[in-house]
Structures are given as structure tokens and as C-alpha cells.
Design a protein around this ligand. Sequence first.
Ligand SMILES: Cc1cc2nc3c(=O)[nH]c(=O)nc-3n(C[C@H](O)[C@H](O)[C@H](O)COP(=O)(O)O)c2cc1C
Length: 448
Amino acid sequence: MPNHKHIPFGIMLQGPGSHMNSWRHPASLADASVNLRYYIETIQKAEAAGIAFAFVADGLYINAKTIPIHLNRFEPLTILSALATVTSRIGLAGTVSTTYSDPFTVARQFASLDLISGGRAGWNVVTSPLEGSALNFGRSQAVQHPPHPERYRIAREYLEVAKGLWDSWDDDAFVRDRATGQFFDPAKLHALGHKGEYFQVEGPLNIQRSPQGQPVIFQAGSSDDGIDLAGQHADAVFTHATAVQEGVQFRERVRKRATAHGRAANSVGIYPGAGIVTGRTEAEAEEKYQAIRALVDIEDALRYLGRYFDHHDFTGYRLDAPFPELGEIGRNSFRSTTDHIKRTAAEKKQTLREAALEAATPRTPFVGSAEKVANTLIAWRDAGAADGYILSFPVIREGLADFIELILPLLQARGYFSPVLQGRTLRENLGLPCKTSRYAAQSQPAPV
Ligand SMILES: Cc1cc2nc3c(=O)[nH]c(=O)nc-3n(C[C@H](O)[C@H](O)[C@H](O)COP(=O)(O)O)c2cc1C
């Protein structure tokens, strides 16, 4: 019987860890972000512990100011395809931008990963915050990076196309009857014939449906436009939340948009990022947090903060003056994140120094003793602020080991975690139904 209290966890695989200087930590491998053996070791450890999916973030533009873990890293679908072959249960979610890619190619890549992995693929749909990305995709001026609302309009149409392409073949379309010579049933093949504002895609896709029907769609973006996209298309939203009440309000906003698009209110799972630093006691957790914090100086922290504001240079501002007025700077970039940083700085009356150090090494609600962190994970879940979590560890080797050893047993003892992945597909492990093809759904007999 499924355990309805079970919390599904994803783990961010981001080289040595989520912290910008995690490569310098003694527990890390300095070359972790391009070390295949390390990725295999990490994902196998997560899978053995019952973590439901691995999650690979991405970016499409770097410069000399970019933080180390983003300067040199694997392309998500390539590393996930490699990891698919050394795992059997854990889900594999990768980030691909709808602003700088082509829907036919990407639908095909995810369909391939989904088949290679036996139905374990997930797509983190992002719209690319950094303006410089335009320079890497044949657009000569950074100003050609589409504005924030337009990026979401493109994403909406892009997902319609991708989902349409994934329904190209009915589940049983490939007959492969050697005796009659019939390879496929033409009645079970559907061309898309999409002609829209941004894309013209005839289809069909040249790959069959996977065991989970379609890959799981995650959406990462928390502005009004991002939430609307999630309400229309996503199975789950990856979001930042810093307090349980904020998370509950976020869920309500997602639910409203899901119903506005004719979907069930609870059809979109809420997955806050949980940045975890823990230990047996508060003192031990604090010691680990301080060791991580000591990896950055103020110049590093300003650089880290600047990335959210499209690599804005904060070095010319007074460090101990109140957080500066920035007007529209960065609003075409990580909008929901920059809005949050500005709001927090105003509420907590932070100086620039304080805001930058906090951004570089956030003291999240998930920093503390294992008991405290387990209680917080459960409290958010019970309050409705989280259906599951996407775990990030500032230093993965240290943090994942602590999470498995100290926190999972507490959750298990309280009935919130079972260490064995019950499902074969990612949809099963997230409690999502297999995605029925639109054509199969149309041919269902009408309910009496
Ligand atoms: C939790 C979260 C995770 C994100 N992950 C990525 C990522 O891996 N790669 C990327 O290019 N953008 C990522 N984004 C950026 C969004 O896709 C989007 O481009 C940007 O945040 C602006 O959208 P928003 O204002 O709706 O949040 C992320 C955003 C959020 C909130």
C-alpha cells in the first residue's frame, strides 16, 4: 500500500556542491563538476538511500565573473544519459532552456532519455535568465535576449509542441510482426502539424512513447508568469521558499493558475529547494555551516550576488550602507529571485555586505541539528508548503552523507520516508499518473 506521508526527495547534482566555492572544501573533489566517477558514486549513494530523483541545473552563458561551479560542467542530458546506465530506479531530471533550443530536438532528446532509463526522465523547464546567453546562440547583441514575459510566452508554446510530439505514437503503435511484415500501425501514428507564433513543427517524432507516457515536467520560475506556466503545463514546480507561510501562499497561487487552466488544483506538486547543513547537535551543524561560510570573502560574495542581477558589478557600492536601490537592474534576469533578495534586504534592513554574504551562504530554514531539520521538513509538508523537496548541499560529499545517516532515519521512524523506491518510473515514485496520450484519451468511452 502506498505510504501517503512519504516525502519524495530530489537531489541537486552540481559538481562539488551548491556553494560557489565548494571545490575548496576538504571533503570535496576539486574537479567534481566534470568527474564522471564522482557523479556515479553520488547518484548511486542517493539511489540506495531511496532518493526519488537527481536534478541537474544548467546555464548557457559564462564570463570571467561566473562562479567556479558554473564555469566547467557537464551538459545535463549528456550526464543524465550516462547515469541512466548505472542506476535503475532513481529519476533523472535535467534542465533545458525553452529560450535557446529547438522543441523538436529537445522533445526527441527527452523521449530518448526516458526510453534509455525505462521511464525515469524529467525536464526542468527554464527560460534562461542571463542576457549574455543570446550571444552564444547566433544573436549578435545581448539586447536580443527576449524580455521576461516574452520568454514565458515562448515557453508556453514550446511545451505545447513538445507534449504534442510526445504523443506522436500510440503506446501499441509498433506492431513489429515479422510474419506479416507489418512494422507499425499507421492508424496509431499522429503528425502534429503545429503552426504557431514562434514555432512551426510538422512532426511526428521519430521515437516511441516511454513507459511513463511523457517525461515529468518541472518548472523553475516563481514570478506570476512562471507560476502561470506551471499551472498550465507542469507536474511539479521547483521553487525557493524561505518560510513555511510563504510556501503555503505559493501553493495557493499555483493552485489558482492550475484551475484557471482547467486542471485539478493539486495537479502540480510543490518542490521547494532545501539547502541542508546538519549535524548531530546544533553546535555541530553550526560548526559545519561556519566552515562553509569561511570559503568566501566579501569579493566572492559580491560576485555571487551580482550573478542574480545579470552579472551586475556591486564592487562600486558602499559595503556597509543599506542595500542599494537597483531600479530595473536584473529584472529581466532571475526576476523572482532578485525581487526576493531586495524584499528581504528591506525587511531585515540589511547592508550590502550582509545581503551578499547571506546570498553566498544562505542560512536556510534547513540549517541545524538533524532533529530540527527533520521537524522542519515534516512541518512544511504537513502545512502544505511542500509535496517533496529538491535537496541541495553546499558540500555534497559531506551533506549527502549526513542527510542519509542523520535525517532519513528520523523521517523513517516517524513514517515520512521509506528507503526503498517502490516505483519503476519517476511518475510512479512522485505519485503521478502515467501520462495518457491525447489520442487515447479521446477514444475512451464517455462515462455513463
Ligand atoms: C528555483 C529556481 C531554479 C532555477 N533553475 C534554473 C536553471 O537551472 N537554469 C536556468 O537557466 N534558469 C533557472 N532558473 C531561472 C528561471 O527559469 C527563469 O529564467 C528566471 O528565474 C526568471 O523567472 P522567474 O522570475 O519566473 O523566477 C531557476 C529559477 C528558480 C526560481
